[in-house]
Design a protein. Structure first.
Length: 270
């Protein structure tokens, strides 16, 4: 960071020296058009342009996809609640396959494991659900990470342009005397240095701002996803307990009948 500050201060000093030695008659407007800025930025304008286009595309894409309806919807939760209470697990699996939500993927993974492994304990089913839930949350976090990468890469590309521009400026100083028309080459190198830095910052700062916004949204959606998955697992646990109790009751009934029949048989023999 100290090296960057030194380069920035040196560029300001060089611009001041160039302006002090410029002709007094040059009172024409020095405002730059967009095309002139692109020409003076050099070849690094193309990677900066590519990063800006990608950043805009990602921001629009995240606005459309990172929303509650794409993660957890009330419609799916109501359908899942009704089908689980009816013990219609195959019907719920069909509903999950038709949906493109994170909670539907978690539920589908859980039901697929439970139907393919009927002897699995409920703890094993819960582990599958937790693993898939962690995977879906990780996907949401990794998706917005690309915007943070652009926010970090764009200023570094601008810093590269700064270094290249300063190299050009100092080469002009080393090869020519710093008087008269030679100021043009010096000012061009310093201008390229400052323009690429400004371009990188103009891309990086908005990218990081939107990344912070989307990160907060993702954290809120992940919390809702965890709550929804916990609710579904609680419903499945209740149904599992009912099925277990019915199975144990039926076993005890059959056992008592068998014992009673044995006692009756022994009584007749006696």
């Amino acid at each position: 960071m100290s090296l960057f500050i030194r380069i920035f201060l040196a560029s300001i000093a060089l611009l001041g020296a160039a302006g002090a030695q410029s002709p007094a008659s040059g009172n024409q407007s020095t405002e730059l058009t967009l095309l002139e800025i692109v020409e003076e930025t050099g070849f690094l304008i193309w990677p900066l342009t590519a990063l800006s286009v990608i950043a805009v595309f990602l921001i629009i894409f995240y606005m459309l996809t990172i929303r509650r309806g794409a993660v957890v919807s009330d419609r799916f939760m109501n359908s899942a609640d009704t089908l689980i209470r009816k013990q219609d697990y195959l019907g719920l699996l069909e509903v999950c396959n038709r949906q493109e939500e994170c909670i539907s993927r978690i539920t589908a993974k859980t039901l697929t494991f439970a139907t393919k492994n009927p002897t699995a304990s409920f703890d094993e089913v819960r582990e599958v659900t937790e693993a898939e839930g962690s995977r879906q949350a990780s996907i949401l976090h990794q998706r917005i990470q690309y915007l943070a990468d652009i926010g970090a890469i764009a200023p570094m590309v601008g810093l590269l342009g700064t270094v290249i521009g300063m190299i050009k400026a100092f080469r002009e100083i080393a090869q020519h005397s710093f008087v008269g028309s030679k100021q043009t080459g010096l000012a061009s190198g310093v201008s390229e240095a400052l323009l690429t830095t400004a371009g990188g910052l103009c891309i990086g700062i908005p990218a990081l701002i939107f990344y912070s916004m989307f990160r907060g949204r993702v954290q809120r959606l992940v919390s809702e996803l965890e709550a929804a998955a916990t609710h579904i697992m609680a419903l499945l646990a209740a149904q599992y307990k009912q099925a277990t109790s019915r199975t144990s009751t039926g076993t005890r009934t059959r056992t008592s009948r068998y014992t009673q029949e044995e006692k009756n048989g022994n009584t007749r023999k006696t």
